[in-house]
Ligand binder design. Structure first.
Ligand SMILES: NC(=O)C1=CN([C@@H]2O[C@H](COP(=O)(O)OP(=O)(O)OC[C@H]3O[C@@H](n4cnc5c(N)ncnc54)[C@H](OP(=O)(O)O)[C@@H]3O)[C@@H](O)[C@H]2O)[C@@H](O)CC1
Ligand SMILES: [K+]
Length: 499
């Protein structure tokens, strides 16, 4: 695992991993109640920072340690002079361990939660459920969520907005929508996967004092897609080097009425740093492609024999196949010929293998090339129907399963794009603005990945870096983004100092 994932800011830790970290911390002599105290104090500090003149803080406390954090926060808010009301879900007499201790230390009345009546100036501290949410939010809690939503009150969530599954980001029946979430030691998948991410508000990862090495020891290779994940691989990409050292990317065009997608990929590939980019076009589409190209070169490739001849040029080192290409045998034949180099298989290139996927997966396994597949949700369902249908798996776990099965790096698209390698390593991309979902956006992404592969980046890093640069291009372009504008706004790879 690269060092980047040892940086706590980039790690994602699942709730079961975090439970194991807790146990390890206790085993190493760290007082668990002191951790709870740090957690609760951090929540109180965040609430006061965000709402310094709140008329009333309303703390909802659940039956486990998330509730325990709530009791600590309520005590700290009270000590600061704030007006606090505390409502408990369930029988406080049944609280155990640290949560019981925090409740006792609070020492004031806990009102039964069904009695909560929203007041217009309330600020909610949600400490009902965190990492331990094991099933659907109980009805009583769902009803409170409804009341808070209807009243439009701001919510500060402890660890996770109650109702969000920390492993998957799914909503278990209902959930609060927070303006701010304070989590501890490391973010969880539920903070970055949709729909959870959309309900966390700003995310604060607070260090409650568990040694980083204990967290890193239990973390399973999941991270947030930050430049540190792939920067070492990008460092050798010197823009001043000879063109061929920056690689030669080939993008395959569809027929005369569907050439635009491949040209977008090619333009993005050039902009993203490939030394040379050639559009490989069927004979019928040569005139229309020729009329639209300047820096991108054009090569007539009508059939598999043409391609075999062209592939004798070993400097051609990366390929994009799929955007606008057409579905069918030709796509399959071409893809199977390209697996042993570096290939981005996208769009029609993926759908072409719907009924014949094992041919592709076996070839990838046997060839040892660098293959990145970039399915959106529908394409993922077509190629991996049994994985897509498994409701127990998170989007990260689905991408990991697909990568393992296909032997390729999977870039599973969406507002929470996941990049997973066959080894199980995975990152979630978090910098994409919503307007990035514009027509042709995926073609641009495929071209950027192709450029990275052409420059010699390994498939995982090539895909992760591309998702990040694509997100940045979206941010730079702004809300009116079109695919052409995205290409123009692909920025150079970040310098060493960026995090
Ligand atoms: N190192 C750290 O990160 C630290 C973490 N800390 C904090 O601990 C929190 C995790 O605590 P936790 O494990 O006690 O889980 P939590 O979310 O309170 O829920 C468990 C309780 O809820 C119950 N229950 C579950 N689902 C239910 C449902 N649908 N409906 C009804 N009941 C349900 C479950 O009962 P059971 O399933 O056993 O029947 C159990 O009683 C974490 O989020 C963070 O805030 C800090 O204190 C300091 C260190
Ligand atoms: K919570």
């Amino acid at each position: 695992m690269p060092n980047a994932l040892h940086d706590m800011r980039n790690l994602l830790v699942t709730p079961p991993e975090m439970q194991a970290v807790d146990k390890d911390a206790a085993g190493s002599g760290i007082d668990s109640f002191s951790l709870m105290r740090s957690a609760g104090m951090a929540v109180s500090a965040a609430a006061l920072r965000l709402f310094p003149s709140a008329a009333r803080f309303v703390v909802f406390c659940g039956p486990g340690n998330n509730g325990g954090d709530g009791y600590v926060a309520a005590a700290a808010l009270t000590a600061s002079g704030a007006n606090v009301a505390l409502y408990a879900l369930g029988d406080t007499g049944k609280l155990k361990g640290d949560a019981a201790r925090a409740h006792a230390a609070y020492g004031r009345e806990a009102i039964s939660i069904e009695l909560y009546e929203p007041q217009s100036q309330d600020v909610i501290i949600d400490a009902l459920f965190g990492a331990g949410l094991a099933r659907e939010l109980p009805d009583q809690a769902q009803e409170i969520v409804g009341r808070v939503d209807q009243a439009g009150l701001p919510v500060v969530a402890v660890d996770l907005p109650s109702g969000i599954d920390g492993r998957t980001g799914e909503i278990r029946g209902a959930s609060f929508t927070a303006v701010h979430t304070v989590t501890f030691m490391a973010a969880k998948p539920g903070h970055v996967l949709m729909p959870g991410r959309g309900r966390c508000g700003t995310l604060e990862v607070f260090d409650i004092g568990i040694p980083a090495r204990l967290v890193a020891a239990r973390a399973g290779g999941l991270g947030i897609n930050v430049p540190a994940v792939w920067r070492q691989c990008a460092a050798g990409l010197d823009p001043a080097t000879h063109k061929f050292k920056r690689g030669h990317l080939a993008v395959f065009s569809g027929g005369p009425t569907s050439t635009g997608a491949a040209r977008l990929s090619a333009a993005a590939g050039l902009r993203a740093g490939a030394g040379l980019v050639t559009l490989a076009s069927p004979t019928e589409a040569i005139p229309v492609n020729a009329a639209h190209l300047t820096a991108v070169m054009l090569k007539e490739i009508g059939n598999a024999a043409d391609l075999a001849e062209w592939l004798k040029d070993s400097r051609l080192n990366a390929f994009v196949l799929g955007p606008g290409f057409g579905i069918g045998e030709k796509a399959r034949d071409f893809a199977l010929m390209l697996c042993e180099r570096a290939l981005v298989l996208d769009a029609d290139g993926l759908t072409s293998f719907k009924e014949r996927r094992s041919e592709l997966f076996d070839r990838i396994a046997a060839s040892g090339g660098q293959v990145v597949m970039t399915p959106h949700e529908g394409e993922f369902q077509r190629l991996f129907p049994e994985i897509a249908a498994d409701g127990k798996l998170s989007k990260i776990e689905k991408a990991q399963a697909a990568a393992k099965l296909s032997h390729a790096v999977i870039l599973s698209k969406g507002p929470d794009t996941v990049i997973a390698a066959p080894s199980g390593r995975a990152v979630v991309n978090v910098n994409a603005p919503p307007w990035l979902a514009t027509a042709g956006s995926g073609d641009v992404l495929a071209g950027i990945i192709g450029a990275h592969l052409a420059q010699g980046m390994p498939a995982f890093e090539a895909a992760a870096a591309a998702a990040w640069r694509h997100g940045e291009a979206g941010r730079r372009t702004g809300r009116s983004a079109t695919a052409e504008m995205l290409v123009e706004n692909i920025a150079p790879l970040p310098e060493e100092s960026a995090s």
